[in-house]
Design a protein around this ligand. Structure first.
Ligand SMILES: [Cu+2]
Length: 219
């Protein structure tokens, strides 16, 4: 399979897999007070390394690198502004949680840390997350909210109704050796219907407090 075909398969894999299907495409931003039912799994499903059957996708290291390559090949990165700007109506964002070589409690895209993500109003967004982190309490997920930073330790209590609810927590990678490890990935789809400045945030306790968030702009 060519690299391009692999990347195409990868995006379709995340976009259309059962894990994504478990997170139904949403017709627009969630309204105030609508928390969405699919966001959280039971507490027992959190804080553990990825195991088969965790409920989402599992990528090996090669597939994880292909996921990153796809993410870095879409959208226009501006290193100075620390932003990635997307155009078009169907947008796939392959966000990474703690890519090897980057600090704890960060998101990566295009090799940028917590970049401002800019999308056009009305675009259908496939927001994917790959957790490459390793270690106790290094499960991560992402939600999009209107509440600006700074965030407290118990971020989730503070954020209020999200515009895009969190996906289930993605467990940390299966083992310390990054080449041999397996990685959790999930995706969900929504429409960026209302212009404005939002934040994408990891709601795991302490993570946003430590800086795991970025701006998400719809314009
Ligand atoms: Cu996190």
């Amino acid at each position: 399979m060519s690299t391009k075909a692999l990347l195409m398969a990868m995006s379709a894999f995340l976009a259309m897999g059962p894990a994504a299907a478990a997170q139904p495409a949403r017709g627009g931003w969630m309204g105030p007070g609508m928390m969405g039912g699919g966001g959280m799994m039971g507490a027992g499903a959190q804080n553990r390394p990825v195991t088969p059957g965790w409920g989402g996708r599992i990528l090996n290291h090669t597939a994880a690198l292909a996921y990153i390559a796809y993410g870095n090949a879409h959208g226009a990165a501006d290193t100075k502004a620390n932003s990635v700007t997307f155009t078009g109506h169907h947008i796939i964002i392959n966000l990474v949680a703690v890519q090897p070589g980057f600090d704890d409690q960060t998101f990566e895209l295009h090799g940028l840390v917590n970049p401002t993500i800019i999308v056009p109003q009305g675009a259908i967004i496939q927001l994917n997350l790959l957790n490459m982190d390793y270690g106790d309490k290094m499960d991560h997920t992402v939600e999009i909210v209107t509440v600006p930073p700074p965030y407290p330790y118990m971020t989730m209590m503070y954020l209020g109704p999200p515009m895009v609810p969190p996906m289930p927590e993605l467990p940390w990678r299966s083992e310390k050796n990054a080449q041999a490890a397996h990685y959790a990935a999930l995706g969900q789809s929504f429409t960026a219907s209302t212009p404005g400045t939002y934040w994408y945030v990891c709601p795991t306790p302490e993570h946003a407090e430590k800086g795991m968030f970025g701006q998400f702009v719809v314009r």
